[in-house]
Ligand binder design. Structure first.
Ligand SMILES: [Ca+2]
Ligand SMILES: [Ca+2]
Length: 402
Protein backbone atom coordinates (compact mmCIF):
# COMPACT_ATOMS: atom_id res chain seq x y z
CA UNK A 1 0.00 0.00 0.00
CA UNK A 2 1.41 3.41 -0.94
CA UNK A 3 0.29 6.65 0.72
CA UNK A 4 1.86 9.97 -0.23
CA UNK A 5 4.67 8.19 -2.04
CA UNK A 6 5.57 6.09 1.00
CA UNK A 7 5.07 2.41 0.41
CA UNK A 8 4.76 -0.15 3.16
CA UNK A 9 4.64 -3.89 2.85
CA UNK A 10 1.96 -5.99 4.39
CA UNK A 11 2.65 -9.26 6.22
CA UNK A 12 2.87 -12.66 4.68
CA UNK A 13 0.80 -13.46 1.65
CA UNK A 14 -2.06 -15.77 2.65
CA UNK A 15 -1.99 -17.78 -0.57
CA UNK A 16 1.17 -19.84 -0.96
CA UNK A 17 0.37 -20.66 -4.57
CA UNK A 18 0.98 -17.53 -6.54
CA UNK A 19 2.80 -14.29 -7.00
CA UNK A 20 2.88 -11.12 -4.95
CA UNK A 21 -0.14 -10.20 -2.85
CA UNK A 22 -2.55 -7.73 -4.37
CA UNK A 23 -2.19 -3.99 -3.98
CA UNK A 24 1.03 -4.03 -2.01
CA UNK A 25 3.98 -3.91 -4.37
CA UNK A 26 4.95 -4.91 -7.87
CA UNK A 27 2.16 -2.97 -9.51
CA UNK A 28 1.87 -1.76 -13.10
CA UNK A 29 3.01 1.74 -12.21
CA UNK A 30 6.51 0.21 -12.21
CA UNK A 31 6.29 -0.28 -15.97
CA UNK A 32 7.98 2.98 -16.95
CA UNK A 33 9.65 3.81 -20.26
CA UNK A 34 10.60 7.14 -21.82
CA UNK A 35 11.35 5.42 -25.18
CA UNK A 36 14.88 6.79 -25.12
CA UNK A 37 16.78 3.50 -25.10
CA UNK A 38 16.62 2.73 -28.83
CA UNK A 39 14.62 -0.46 -28.39
CA UNK A 40 11.95 -2.19 -26.32
CA UNK A 41 14.26 -3.79 -23.73
CA UNK A 42 14.39 -4.28 -20.86
CA UNK A 43 10.74 -3.87 -19.84
CA UNK A 44 9.01 -4.39 -23.18
CA UNK A 45 9.05 -6.77 -26.12
CA UNK A 46 8.08 -5.60 -29.59
CA UNK A 47 5.82 -7.16 -32.17
CA UNK A 48 5.26 -6.10 -35.77
CA UNK A 49 3.29 -7.79 -38.51
CA UNK A 50 4.32 -7.32 -42.18
CA UNK A 51 3.86 -3.78 -43.44
CA UNK A 52 4.64 -2.23 -40.05
CA UNK A 53 7.98 -1.16 -38.57
CA UNK A 54 8.92 0.01 -35.08
CA UNK A 55 11.70 2.33 -33.98
CA UNK A 56 12.60 4.48 -31.00
CA UNK A 57 13.62 7.87 -32.37
CA UNK A 58 13.82 11.24 -30.68
CA UNK A 59 12.60 9.84 -27.37
CA UNK A 60 9.49 8.38 -28.94
CA UNK A 61 8.24 5.00 -30.05
CA UNK A 62 7.39 5.31 -33.75
CA UNK A 63 5.13 2.79 -35.46
CA UNK A 64 5.14 3.22 -39.24
CA UNK A 65 2.61 1.49 -41.47
CA UNK A 66 2.76 0.99 -45.20
CA UNK A 67 -0.34 1.96 -47.19
CA UNK A 68 -3.15 -0.59 -47.00
CA UNK A 69 -1.34 -2.72 -44.41
CA UNK A 70 -4.06 -3.90 -42.07
CA UNK A 71 -1.62 -5.20 -39.50
CA UNK A 72 -0.74 -4.65 -35.87
CA UNK A 73 2.51 -3.54 -34.30
CA UNK A 74 3.54 -2.31 -30.88
CA UNK A 75 5.17 -3.04 -27.55
CA UNK A 76 3.95 -5.49 -24.93
CA UNK A 77 5.31 -5.61 -21.39
CA UNK A 78 7.88 -8.35 -20.86
CA UNK A 79 6.72 -9.08 -17.27
CA UNK A 80 3.52 -9.31 -15.30
CA UNK A 81 2.41 -6.71 -12.73
CA UNK A 82 -0.41 -6.24 -10.28
CA UNK A 83 -2.96 -3.71 -11.50
CA UNK A 84 -4.43 -2.85 -8.09
CA UNK A 85 -3.79 0.78 -7.12
CA UNK A 86 -1.99 1.20 -10.44
CA UNK A 87 -2.31 3.08 -13.70
CA UNK A 88 -1.11 2.55 -17.24
CA UNK A 89 -0.57 6.14 -18.34
CA UNK A 90 0.70 6.92 -21.82
CA UNK A 91 1.65 10.16 -23.55
CA UNK A 92 0.43 9.85 -27.14
CA UNK A 93 2.32 12.13 -29.53
CA UNK A 94 0.53 11.20 -32.76
CA UNK A 95 -2.40 8.97 -33.69
CA UNK A 96 -2.43 7.09 -36.98
CA UNK A 97 -3.57 4.07 -38.94
CA UNK A 98 -7.04 2.74 -38.25
CA UNK A 99 -6.54 2.44 -34.49
CA UNK A 100 -4.11 3.81 -31.91
CA UNK A 101 -4.35 1.64 -28.81
CA UNK A 102 -3.27 1.53 -25.18
CA UNK A 103 -4.16 -1.68 -23.42
CA UNK A 104 -4.08 -3.55 -20.11
CA UNK A 105 -4.16 -7.32 -20.67
CA UNK A 106 -4.10 -10.07 -18.06
CA UNK A 107 -2.41 -13.47 -18.17
CA UNK A 108 -5.60 -15.05 -19.55
CA UNK A 109 -5.73 -12.65 -22.51
CA UNK A 110 -8.65 -10.62 -21.10
CA UNK A 111 -8.06 -7.06 -22.22
CA UNK A 112 -9.14 -3.46 -21.68
CA UNK A 113 -8.32 -0.89 -24.33
CA UNK A 114 -8.49 2.85 -24.84
CA UNK A 115 -8.60 3.33 -28.62
CA UNK A 116 -8.52 6.16 -31.13
CA UNK A 117 -10.54 5.39 -34.26
CA UNK A 118 -11.44 7.97 -36.92
CA UNK A 119 -11.43 11.05 -34.70
CA UNK A 120 -13.17 9.34 -31.79
CA UNK A 121 -11.93 7.57 -28.69
CA UNK A 122 -13.57 4.57 -27.10
CA UNK A 123 -13.21 2.39 -24.02
CA UNK A 124 -13.49 -1.31 -24.75
CA UNK A 125 -13.00 -4.75 -23.26
CA UNK A 126 -12.13 -7.83 -25.29
CA UNK A 127 -11.73 -11.60 -24.91
CA UNK A 128 -14.02 -11.55 -21.89
CA UNK A 129 -17.77 -11.71 -21.16
CA UNK A 130 -19.49 -8.52 -22.35
CA UNK A 131 -16.77 -7.76 -24.91
CA UNK A 132 -17.12 -4.64 -27.00
CA UNK A 133 -17.24 -0.87 -26.84
CA UNK A 134 -18.37 0.52 -23.47
CA UNK A 135 -18.24 4.26 -24.17
CA UNK A 136 -17.28 6.44 -27.13
CA UNK A 137 -16.94 10.15 -27.87
CA UNK A 138 -15.13 12.66 -30.08
CA UNK A 139 -11.42 12.95 -29.34
CA UNK A 140 -9.95 16.35 -28.60
CA UNK A 141 -6.52 16.24 -30.29
CA UNK A 142 -5.10 18.17 -27.32
CA UNK A 143 -5.86 15.12 -25.15
CA UNK A 144 -2.44 13.53 -25.49
CA UNK A 145 -2.41 11.79 -22.11
CA UNK A 146 -4.38 8.56 -21.96
CA UNK A 147 -4.68 6.15 -19.10
CA UNK A 148 -6.43 3.05 -17.80
CA UNK A 149 -6.29 2.66 -14.04
CA UNK A 150 -7.67 0.67 -11.14
CA UNK A 151 -9.61 2.52 -8.48
CA UNK A 152 -11.05 0.59 -5.53
CA UNK A 153 -12.35 -2.34 -7.55
CA UNK A 154 -13.23 -0.35 -10.64
CA UNK A 155 -11.52 0.15 -13.97
CA UNK A 156 -11.32 3.73 -15.22
CA UNK A 157 -10.60 5.02 -18.73
CA UNK A 158 -9.49 8.70 -18.81
CA UNK A 159 -7.85 11.33 -21.02
CA UNK A 160 -6.13 14.62 -20.22
CA UNK A 161 -4.64 17.59 -22.01
CA UNK A 162 -2.21 18.44 -19.21
CA UNK A 163 -1.83 15.24 -17.17
CA UNK A 164 -3.41 17.16 -14.27
CA UNK A 165 -7.12 17.26 -14.98
CA UNK A 166 -8.58 14.02 -16.30
CA UNK A 167 -11.74 13.55 -18.34
CA UNK A 168 -13.42 10.25 -17.49
CA UNK A 169 -14.46 8.32 -20.57
CA UNK A 170 -15.79 5.30 -18.69
CA UNK A 171 -15.76 3.55 -15.33
CA UNK A 172 -17.04 0.12 -14.39
CA UNK A 173 -16.43 -2.80 -12.02
CA UNK A 174 -13.23 -4.65 -12.88
CA UNK A 175 -14.19 -6.77 -15.90
CA UNK A 176 -11.59 -9.49 -15.29
CA UNK A 177 -8.93 -10.58 -12.74
CA UNK A 178 -6.12 -8.02 -12.58
CA UNK A 179 -3.51 -9.56 -10.26
CA UNK A 180 -1.31 -10.36 -13.28
CA UNK A 181 -1.39 -7.86 -16.13
CA UNK A 182 0.81 -6.38 -18.83
CA UNK A 183 0.61 -2.96 -20.47
CA UNK A 184 0.65 -2.62 -24.25
CA UNK A 185 0.92 0.26 -26.71
CA UNK A 186 0.06 -0.57 -30.29
CA UNK A 187 -1.91 0.24 -33.39
CA UNK A 188 -2.94 -1.06 -36.74
CA UNK A 189 -2.50 0.33 -40.22
CA UNK A 190 -5.05 -0.46 -42.90
CA UNK A 191 -5.70 2.97 -44.35
CA UNK A 192 -5.01 3.69 -48.05
CA UNK A 193 -1.97 5.85 -47.29
CA UNK A 194 1.16 5.25 -45.25
CA UNK A 195 0.74 6.42 -41.66
CA UNK A 196 2.50 6.74 -38.35
CA UNK A 197 1.75 6.43 -34.64
CA UNK A 198 4.05 7.95 -32.01
CA UNK A 199 4.05 7.26 -28.26
CA UNK A 200 6.13 9.56 -26.08
CA UNK A 201 6.36 7.70 -22.81
CA UNK A 202 4.71 5.26 -20.42
CA UNK A 203 4.21 6.02 -16.74
CA UNK A 204 7.21 8.36 -16.59
CA UNK A 205 7.11 10.29 -13.34
CA UNK A 206 4.28 8.11 -12.05
CA UNK A 207 3.92 7.80 -8.26
CA UNK A 208 6.59 5.48 -6.94
CA UNK A 209 5.74 1.90 -6.32
CA UNK A 210 8.20 -0.74 -5.19
CA UNK A 211 9.09 -4.15 -6.52
CA UNK A 212 8.13 -6.93 -4.12
CA UNK A 213 10.83 -8.60 -2.03
CA UNK A 214 11.37 -12.07 -3.42
CA UNK A 215 10.28 -13.66 -0.12
CA UNK A 216 6.75 -12.81 -1.28
CA UNK A 217 7.12 -15.30 -4.12
CA UNK A 218 5.69 -18.43 -2.53
CA UNK A 219 4.55 -21.50 -4.34
CA UNK A 220 3.70 -24.83 -2.70
CA UNK A 221 2.85 -26.31 -6.12
CA UNK A 222 -0.57 -27.37 -4.84
CA UNK A 223 -2.58 -25.69 -7.59
CA UNK A 224 -2.12 -25.94 -11.35
CA UNK A 225 -1.22 -24.34 -13.66
CA UNK A 226 2.34 -23.15 -13.13
CA UNK A 227 1.61 -20.00 -15.13
CA UNK A 228 1.43 -17.51 -13.45
CA UNK A 229 3.58 -16.93 -11.48
CA UNK A 230 5.92 -19.07 -13.56
CA UNK A 231 6.76 -19.34 -17.21
CA UNK A 232 7.84 -23.01 -17.38
CA UNK A 233 10.18 -24.29 -20.08
CA UNK A 234 10.99 -27.85 -21.09
CA UNK A 235 13.48 -29.22 -23.58
CA UNK A 236 12.52 -32.43 -25.38
CA UNK A 237 13.40 -35.28 -23.01
CA UNK A 238 12.25 -33.52 -19.86
CA UNK A 239 8.75 -32.96 -18.45
CA UNK A 240 7.50 -30.63 -15.74
CA UNK A 241 4.25 -31.03 -13.80
CA UNK A 242 2.59 -30.09 -10.53
CA UNK A 243 1.75 -33.42 -8.88
CA UNK A 244 0.64 -34.04 -5.31
CA UNK A 245 1.72 -30.60 -4.12
CA UNK A 246 5.15 -30.90 -5.67
CA UNK A 247 6.93 -29.69 -8.74
CA UNK A 248 7.94 -32.90 -10.49
CA UNK A 249 10.55 -32.85 -13.24
CA UNK A 250 11.43 -36.07 -15.04
CA UNK A 251 14.18 -36.85 -17.54
CA UNK A 252 13.77 -39.69 -20.02
CA UNK A 253 16.71 -38.60 -22.15
CA UNK A 254 20.23 -39.96 -21.72
CA UNK A 255 22.38 -37.70 -23.89
CA UNK A 256 22.93 -34.07 -24.76
CA UNK A 257 21.74 -30.83 -23.15
CA UNK A 258 18.27 -31.30 -21.72
CA UNK A 259 16.97 -28.67 -19.28
CA UNK A 260 13.67 -27.83 -17.61
CA UNK A 261 12.85 -24.95 -15.37
CA UNK A 262 10.74 -22.07 -14.21
CA UNK A 263 11.17 -18.42 -15.09
CA UNK A 264 9.35 -16.01 -12.82
CA UNK A 265 6.92 -13.82 -14.76
CA UNK A 266 7.43 -11.04 -12.20
CA UNK A 267 10.40 -8.87 -11.37
CA UNK A 268 11.70 -8.88 -7.80
CA UNK A 269 13.58 -6.84 -5.25
CA UNK A 270 16.42 -8.86 -3.75
CA UNK A 271 17.87 -6.00 -1.72
CA UNK A 272 15.58 -6.53 1.27
CA UNK A 273 13.55 -9.25 2.91
CA UNK A 274 14.43 -12.85 3.69
CA UNK A 275 15.14 -13.84 0.09
CA UNK A 276 14.48 -17.16 -1.56
CA UNK A 277 14.63 -20.53 0.22
CA UNK A 278 14.80 -23.89 -1.54
CA UNK A 279 15.31 -27.50 -0.39
CA UNK A 280 18.58 -28.51 -2.06
CA UNK A 281 18.04 -32.21 -1.30
CA UNK A 282 15.35 -32.26 -3.99
CA UNK A 283 18.06 -32.15 -6.65
CA UNK A 284 20.03 -35.11 -8.06
CA UNK A 285 23.69 -35.55 -7.09
CA UNK A 286 24.80 -37.33 -10.24
CA UNK A 287 27.49 -36.65 -12.81
CA UNK A 288 26.70 -34.29 -15.70
CA UNK A 289 23.58 -32.93 -14.01
CA UNK A 290 23.22 -29.40 -12.64
CA UNK A 291 20.42 -27.67 -10.70
CA UNK A 292 20.48 -23.96 -9.99
CA UNK A 293 18.79 -20.89 -8.58
CA UNK A 294 19.68 -17.95 -10.81
CA UNK A 295 18.81 -14.34 -10.08
CA UNK A 296 19.84 -11.90 -12.78
CA UNK A 297 19.84 -8.19 -13.43
CA UNK A 298 16.91 -7.25 -15.64
CA UNK A 299 18.13 -6.35 -19.11
CA UNK A 300 21.51 -8.03 -18.69
CA UNK A 301 20.48 -11.25 -20.50
CA UNK A 302 21.87 -13.15 -17.47
CA UNK A 303 25.38 -11.64 -17.92
CA UNK A 304 25.04 -10.15 -14.41
CA UNK A 305 23.72 -12.81 -12.08
CA UNK A 306 23.75 -14.46 -8.66
CA UNK A 307 23.72 -18.23 -8.61
CA UNK A 308 23.52 -21.21 -6.33
CA UNK A 309 24.17 -24.45 -8.19
CA UNK A 310 24.58 -28.13 -7.45
CA UNK A 311 26.62 -29.93 -10.11
CA UNK A 312 27.18 -33.55 -9.13
CA UNK A 313 28.26 -33.20 -5.49
CA UNK A 314 29.62 -29.69 -5.93
CA UNK A 315 27.61 -26.89 -4.32
CA UNK A 316 28.69 -23.47 -5.57
CA UNK A 317 27.63 -19.92 -4.74
CA UNK A 318 28.73 -17.23 -7.15
CA UNK A 319 28.43 -13.62 -8.17
CA UNK A 320 28.82 -13.24 -11.94
CA UNK A 321 29.45 -9.89 -13.64
CA UNK A 322 29.57 -9.62 -17.43
CA UNK A 323 29.58 -13.42 -17.62
CA UNK A 324 32.74 -13.64 -15.49
CA UNK A 325 32.84 -14.95 -11.92
CA UNK A 326 33.49 -12.02 -9.56
CA UNK A 327 33.17 -13.98 -6.29
CA UNK A 328 32.43 -17.61 -5.57
CA UNK A 329 32.66 -20.40 -3.05
CA UNK A 330 32.59 -24.13 -3.74
CA UNK A 331 31.64 -26.79 -1.17
CA UNK A 332 31.15 -30.54 -1.26
CA UNK A 333 27.42 -30.83 -0.78
CA UNK A 334 26.38 -32.28 2.57
CA UNK A 335 22.66 -33.12 2.25
CA UNK A 336 22.18 -32.78 6.01
CA UNK A 337 24.17 -29.66 6.87
CA UNK A 338 23.49 -27.91 3.54
CA UNK A 339 19.91 -29.07 3.04
CA UNK A 340 18.26 -25.64 2.78
CA UNK A 341 19.64 -22.91 0.53
CA UNK A 342 18.85 -19.27 1.15
CA UNK A 343 19.78 -16.35 -1.10
CA UNK A 344 19.05 -12.90 0.27
CA UNK A 345 20.27 -9.35 -0.16
CA UNK A 346 21.25 -6.63 2.23
CA UNK A 347 21.09 -3.39 0.23
CA UNK A 348 24.04 -3.86 -2.20
CA UNK A 349 25.33 -7.07 -0.67
CA UNK A 350 24.34 -10.67 -1.38
CA UNK A 351 24.36 -13.35 1.30
CA UNK A 352 24.30 -17.06 0.48
CA UNK A 353 23.40 -19.30 3.43
CA UNK A 354 22.68 -22.94 4.20
CA UNK A 355 20.75 -24.61 7.00
CA UNK A 356 19.97 -28.17 8.17
CA UNK A 357 16.56 -27.11 9.51
CA UNK A 358 15.56 -23.72 7.99
CA UNK A 359 16.09 -22.25 11.44
CA UNK A 360 19.84 -21.98 12.03
CA UNK A 361 21.60 -20.46 9.04
CA UNK A 362 25.31 -20.63 8.20
CA UNK A 363 26.70 -17.91 6.01
CA UNK A 364 28.66 -19.43 3.11
CA UNK A 365 29.42 -16.35 1.01
CA UNK A 366 28.81 -12.65 1.47
CA UNK A 367 29.79 -10.30 -1.34
CA UNK A 368 29.29 -6.81 -2.66
CA UNK A 369 27.26 -6.90 -5.84
CA UNK A 370 28.36 -4.60 -8.69
CA UNK A 371 24.83 -4.24 -10.09
CA UNK A 372 21.47 -3.23 -8.57
CA UNK A 373 19.58 -5.89 -6.61
CA UNK A 374 16.21 -4.56 -7.79
CA UNK A 375 14.48 -5.27 -10.09
CA UNK A 376 15.75 -8.76 -10.84
CA UNK A 377 14.64 -11.81 -12.81
CA UNK A 378 14.45 -15.24 -11.20
CA UNK A 379 15.03 -18.60 -12.85
CA UNK A 380 15.13 -22.05 -11.26
CA UNK A 381 16.47 -24.68 -13.65
CA UNK A 382 17.85 -28.18 -13.81
CA UNK A 383 19.13 -30.60 -16.41
CA UNK A 384 21.96 -32.62 -17.84
CA UNK A 385 24.69 -31.32 -20.11
CA UNK A 386 26.11 -34.76 -20.99
CA UNK A 387 25.22 -38.42 -20.56
CA UNK A 388 23.08 -39.62 -17.66
CA UNK A 389 21.18 -42.83 -16.97
CA UNK A 390 17.45 -42.09 -17.09
CA UNK A 391 14.97 -41.87 -15.63
CA UNK A 392 15.92 -39.05 -13.25
CA UNK A 393 13.22 -37.29 -11.25
CA UNK A 394 13.19 -34.13 -9.13
CA UNK A 395 10.38 -33.72 -6.59
CA UNK A 396 10.46 -30.20 -5.18
CA UNK A 397 7.94 -29.35 -2.46
CA UNK A 398 7.90 -25.61 -2.93
CA UNK A 399 9.66 -22.32 -3.38
CA UNK A 400 9.60 -20.35 -0.12
CA UNK A 401 6.93 -22.88 0.84
CA UNK A 402 6.42 -26.60 1.47
CA1 LIG B 1 9.89 10.08 -24.52
CA1 LIG C 1 4.17 -28.46 -2.00
Amino acid sequence: MCVGGVCTLEPDAPDPDGGPPAGVCGNLTLLQDSFDSGGPQPLFNSFAEPGATLSETGGQLNINFNANSDFYAGYTAAYLYDFHDAAFEVAVAEVGGVNTIIEVRNHLGNSAQLVHDSGEVYAGIFNVAGSGTLAQRAWNPAERFWRIREDDGEMVWELSTDRQTWSELHRRALPFPVDHVRGLVSGDGGIPTASRIRFDDVNVGAPNSVFCPVDQLRDDFATSPLRPPWDPYTNTGCTLTETGGNLVATWTSSTGNVFCGLNSLNLWDLSRGTGIVVDGTAFPRIANFVSYIQIDEVGSSTADRLETSLDGNSLEFRVVENDAIARNRVLTFDPVAHRWWRTRGETNMIVFETSPDRSTWTEQLRADVPFPLSPMELNIGFGHYANITPPVTITLGGINAD
